[in-house]
Design a protein around this ligand. Structure first.
Ligand code: NAD
Ligand code: UDP
Length: 323
């Protein structure tokens, strides 16, 4: 008997991670339903997919109910960069909370497996280092980052309540900073900012003293982790950290990007944003044990690919402007 093609819903499918995920799922032979309100996502991210018969794109805001029939749901819809999620904080909370309720309600009606794209931000500014999944976090509930952090925390609560109350098959991934092609050049995130600044020989803007740390995962590795998590049996639920444990200060990151681009940029120090976490590094033992997953790209290799993407974007834009 022929196996039926799986039909998979990806919310936020036109975004940075979502578009890579849609591509990965289609290339594995699945049908993909990409749902997005195009707040931070774009059809440009789906260029390679729009003419594919296995892909359907729907403009829809997940804070409103959605009636479709699918086998699995990856819930990625939510702006991820501080500039974008702080622009309309109420909508950000609604997307995580109402959006999760709608997607969980959909999963419950059609008995679909559902995965939530949660975040390392649930750990806030952590006192435990590196962070493992048993740590409950230190999050400011009333600050400018709270709409994102608390929205994602509440979404995790909803996922676990739907599991306990409605026996839903859920997966929760806690994603740490991820980078790669299709990040938006002006989304305010550190890697996109530094690369654009370096390529245009503008000052590299370091917030605070640059001693704060992050751990950056290349997009292909992250997508591999998400797909592996979705494909586990019902007992594997998470929350599960997905990220690259190689930790670096923002000052070191700036140096690496200047070096890789051969830039003449100087360093400029600027005020540290409110509630900016001082350090962040995932403990990924659980993912390693449950998924057999380990990131494979070094930061240097991933940055080379990301720099090449931004260069191509700037050449294309330059050519357009010159026309
Ligand atoms: P992104 O902003 O590029 O993608 C988010 C997508 O969701 C966009 O296409 C946007 O238009 C869409 N969207 C936003 N609100 C929506 C709504 N109400 N209804 C429908 N679509 C909506 O961000 P990303 O980096 O691709 O992140 C994807 C997911 O992964 C997010 O949930 C984010 O919180 C999570 N995450 C990302 C990172 C990272 O480093 N990129 C880290 C941790 C968690
Ligand atoms: N950052 C910086 N310069 C920039 C943008 C960001 O020094 O131009 C710092 C920011 O203060 C934070 C780190 O880089 O300490 C990562 O910021 P990002 O917004 O990319 O991710 P998040 O803070 O959400 O982990």
């Amino acid at each position: 008997m022929l196996a039926r093609t799986r039909r998979i819903l990806v919310t936020g499918g036109a975004g940075f991670l979502g578009s890579h995920l849609c591509e990965r799922l289609v290339s594995a032979g699945n049908e993909v339903l990409c749902v997005d309100n195009f707040y931070t996502g774009s059809k440009d991210n789906l260029t390679g997919l729009l003419s594919n018969q296995k892909v359907e794109v729907i403009r829809h805001d997940i804070t409103f109910p959605l009636y479709v029939e699918v086998d699995e749901i990856f819930n990625l819809a939510c702006p991820a960069s501080p500039i974008h999620y702080q622009h309309d904080p109420v909508q950000t909370t609604k997307t995580s909370v109402h959006g999760s309720i709608n997607m969980l309600g959909l999963a419950k009606r059609i008995r679909a497996k559902i995965l939530q794209a949660s975040t390392s931000e649930v750990y806030g500014d952590p006192e435990v280092h590196p962070q493992d999944e048993t740590y409950w976090g230190r999050v400011n509930p009333i600050g400018p980052r709270s709409c994102y952090d608390e929205g994602k925390r509440c979404a995790e609560t909803l996922f676990f309540d739907y599991r306990r109350q409605h026996k839903l098959s859920i997966k929760v991934a806690r994603i740490f900073n991820t980078y790669g092609p299709r990040m938006r050049p002006y989304d305010g995130r550190v890697i996109s900012n530094f690369i654009v600044q370096a390529l245009t020989n503008q000052p590299i803007t370091i917030y605070g003293d640059g001693q704060q740390t992050r751990s950056f995962c290349y997009v292909d590795d992250l997508i591999d982790g998400l797909v592996r998590l979705m494909n586990t049996c019902d007992d594997v639920v998470g929350p599960m950290n997905l990220g690259n444990p190689a930790e670096i200060t923002m000052l070191e990151l700036a140096g690496m990007i200047v070096d890789l681009t051969g830039s003449r940029s100087a360093i400029e120090f600027m005020p540290l944003p409110i509630d900016d976490p001082k350090q962040r590094r995932p403990n990924i033992s659980l993912a390693q044990k449950s998924l057999g997953w380990l990131p494979s790209f070094s930061l240097r290799d991933g940055l080379r690919k990301t720099i090449a993407y931004f260069e191509s974007l700037m050449i294309a834009r330059g050519a357009e402007a010159a026309r």
